[in-house]
Design a binder for this molecule. Sequence first.
Ligand SMILES: Cc1cc2nc3c(=O)[nH]c(=O)nc-3n(C[C@H](O)[C@H](O)[C@H](O)COP(=O)(O)OP(=O)(O)OC[C@H]3O[C@@H](n4cnc5c(N)ncnc54)[C@H](O)[C@@H]3O)c2cc1C
Length: 139
Amino acid sequence: MYSFDYQRADEAKAAVAALSGNDDVKFLAGGQSLLPTMRLRLAQPSALVDVTRIASMKSIALDGDKLTIGGAMCHADVASNADVKKALPGLADLAGRIGDRQVRERGTIGGSLANDDPAACYPSAVLALNATVVTDRRR
Ligand SMILES: Cc1cc2nc3c(=O)[nH]c(=O)nc-3n(C[C@H](O)[C@H](O)[C@H](O)COP(=O)(O)OP(=O)(O)OC[C@H]3O[C@@H](n4cnc5c(N)ncnc54)[C@H](O)[C@@H]3O)c2cc1C
């Protein structure tokens, strides 16, 4: 590993501002994909902006047949959430099978979707469910 700056954002706007169009600064979520990449020096960001404490990204809500999952929810939270189990039991089951316990306690749905590994579970689930991914720029 090498030295880098670490910053924790409390809200989404602050996180986006911290990037300030600098490709050398990356968001850090669970770190389950990013940190191994950094250890192998396949990525060497100068700074990481931690997005795991942003309150607006830390909830799961079921409103009628619309299920909303915040980007900072870890796989274990999605797997055990009563609303996810009720509305989309298959998604809860999928989340509960990702990696091992440590990966599920740290890795997030937002990090997995942003990482967009073609072999990962959530990207194909999002396609199959015709889900909407909401970012600061577009839906
Ligand atoms: C041992 C092991 C086994 C695994 N097994 C599986 C598996 O079976 N199935 C599976 O699907 N995955 C698996 N994974 C991957 C795991 O699901 C990761 O958690 C996930 O790929 C990345 O999520 P993260 O929150 O850790 O993101 P990070 O590693 O922190 O970030 C990944 C990338 O997304 C960006 N990013 C993170 N959050 C955001 C955000 N909110 N907005 C924009 N960009 C963001 C980061 O800058 C980075 O580029 C495994 C990983 C490990 C280490």
